[in-house]
Design a protein around this ligand. Structure first.
Ligand code: GLC
Length: 538
């Protein structure tokens, strides 16, 4: 029986932080209408657009914005800052008209402290929603229930004076965690997802899926050696619980009731085997994010190792997903930056992301090489940066407004942007790069086109090639009738190499060498420029 490949396997997905994408009403905050306005930039069906297949939108639900939308007050509405439900419906239909799918962000682990559920829950010990959150009387003399630490660096238990119990919040005190052992909670979140599925939303990115369920007995974690207080304990009981895998499966059963929906888990885990557990036996989330690149040096050997580990862990249970940047981490162009080689390095990184086996997630702005923003203390908005500066600058640097043009505020807003625009915008912006055939944007467009035109690159197998020249990451992607060789030079030296393949010469097309190349390359004598990229059909 012929099985068709699900759309998300062949897709390139683009992450948008709506607050920082485009502001159409001059209040300094990006909005949904701004996303709609830029759909043609993302994919207008021609070679003059990026060519992505789906957008993942960070949360735009009503929220007091303590954690910029990851503190939800209502799972079935749009925050007026971002527009109205009509704006969303319009975005969805305009996107679908261009064959762009819409992935939303569901935040199942926690809500805002202003969510009506929590307001009820904290109102009395006998309230029917009391058990929707994690309440605990604490140990004798008001000592914390256990030794757990919160992800944002403080103790995650706060005393509530009215009902004289602690409530648990892994993130901010304004973000109480839901009790996923309560079937009513499960139903409430699944119903919210169904609400959006019914509207036609194509999938969800599931916020910290691995944190949904906590130990039933609230056991203390064993201590270990670590740099930050959070790392000084092994998080056996407050995260990565096997029960959280079941949460992914519940969501999958819901998604399967609709056609062609996709779930990707934010499995904030650095151990590939642990993260891959969320794929179940093909009955969990379709994809789990691989976070290993966040810690990877810019090294061919290192990336190769991480990819092999992820390939092994994912196996046939699901499908790999890769990203280099997102709204929580330093932008990779800056992480990997090295003086005059910075853009060259970003080019190799892009070629890797877009040729690996697995769905690539791009983060808005990486296609033009937007640098991580450097903000002064008084400019910080992220609660993490505000609390830990200068030890930690927070996540604002990844969230500075999109740089559309060289005009004031980078064309992001006619008002005063909620977060300072990176001063690099006069030289790094979409308008300039659209006109430049050698720009990073042009390379992203070309790589996406090459990937999508190739069965081997979008859905084929992955086989690393051993013993090539130092600093070169080499692999084959194969599908029926097509074999693609990818060579990525992660070093700043020219590399000469010889690849043993049949036939001995490239008979077919060279797709990129280093970026564009016409003609064939002798396999026995390949010259790879510093940071050179070769993608060739063999
Ligand atoms: C996820 C989000 C992050 C948020 C956190 C708390 O890690 O990506 O932005 O702060 O969850 O829900």
């Amino acid at each position: 029986m012929a099985t068709t490949t699900p759309w998300w396997k062949g897709a390139v997905i683009y992450q948008i932080y709506p607050r920082s994408f485009l502001d159409t009403d001059g209040d300094g905050v990006g909005n949904l209408a701004g996303v709609t306005e830029k759909l043609d930039y993302l994919n207008d069906g021609t070679e003059n657009s990026l060519g992505i297949d789906a957008i993942w939108l960070n949360p735009f639900y009503p929220s007091p914005q303590f954690d910029f939308g990851y503190d939800v007050m209502d799972y079935r509405a749009v925050d007026p800052q971002y527009g109205t439900m009509e704006d969303f419906d319009r975005l969805l239909s305009e996107a679908h008209r261009r064959n762009i799918r819409i992935i939303m962000d569901i935040v199942p682990t926690l809500t805002s402290h202003l969510h009506p559920w929590f307001i009820e829950s904290r109102s009395s010990k006998t309230n029917p929603k009391r058990d929707w959150y994690l309440w605990h009387p604490g140990r004798e003399r008001r000592r914390y229930p256990n030794n757990w630490m919160g992800a944002f660096g403080k103790r995650p238990w706060d005393w509530d004076n009215k009902t004289k119990e602690f409530y648990y919040h892994n993130s901010l005190p304004e973000q109480p965690d839901l009790n996923w052992r309560n079937p009513e909670v499960q139903k409430a979140i699944l119903d919210a997802m169904a609400f959006w599925f019914e509207k036609g939303v194509d999938g969800f990115r599931i916020d910290v899926l691995n944190l949904t369920v906590k130990d039933e007995l609230f056991r203390s974690n064993p201590y270990c050696i670590g740099r930050r207080p959070y790392d000084m304990q092994r998080h056996l009981y407050d995260k990565d619980r096997p029960e959280a895998v079941e949460v992914g499966k519940m969501m999958r059963r819901l998604a399967d009731r609709y056609d062609e929906r996709m779930l990707v888990g934010e499995t904030y885990i650095f151990d590939p085997e642990q993260a891959a557990k969320f794929l179940g036996d093909g009955d969990g989330v379709h994809m789990a994010f691989n976070f290993s690149f966040m810690n990877s040096r810019f090294s061919a050997a290192r990336f190769r190792r991480e990819v092999s580990a992820w390939e092994r862990a994912v196996g046939n249970r699901g499908w790999p997903a890769y990203f280099l940047s997102n709204h929580d981490n330093d932008r990779h162009i800056t992480r990997y930056g090295r003086g005059k080689w910075t853009v060259a390095r970003a080019r190799v990184a892009a070629a890797m992301l877009l040729t690996l086996r697995g769905t690539p997630f791009l983060y808005m702005g990486e296609e033009i090489g937007m640098e991580h923003g450097r903000l002064k203390r008084h400019e910080l908005m992220d609660p993490i940066g505000r609390r830990y500066y200068p030890l930690h600058h927070g996540r604002d640097g990844a969230r500075t407004p999109m740089q559309w043009t060289g005009e004031p505020n980078a064309g992001f807003s006619s008002g005063s942007p909620w977060l300072r625009v990176n001063p690099s915008y006069p030289t790094t912006n979409v308008a300039d790069q659209e006109r430049d055939p050698d720009s990073l944007l042009t390379l992203y467009r070309r790589l996406i086109r090459v990937r999508k035109a190739s069965a081997a690159l979008s859905a084929g197998t992955y086989t690393p090639i051993d013993r090539v020249e130092k600093g070169v990451f080499a692999f084959l992607r194969e599908a029926e009738g097509q074999k693609i060789l990818v060579l990525l030079n992660f070093s700043r030296w020219q590399r000469r190499l010889s690849i043993q393949q049949d036939p001995k010469r490239f008979g077919k097309k060279v797709l990129a060498y280093p970026d564009i190349y016409a003609g064939s390359v002798p396999l026995a004598r390949i010259e790879l420029a510093p940071y050179g990229i070769l993608i060739a059909e063999v």
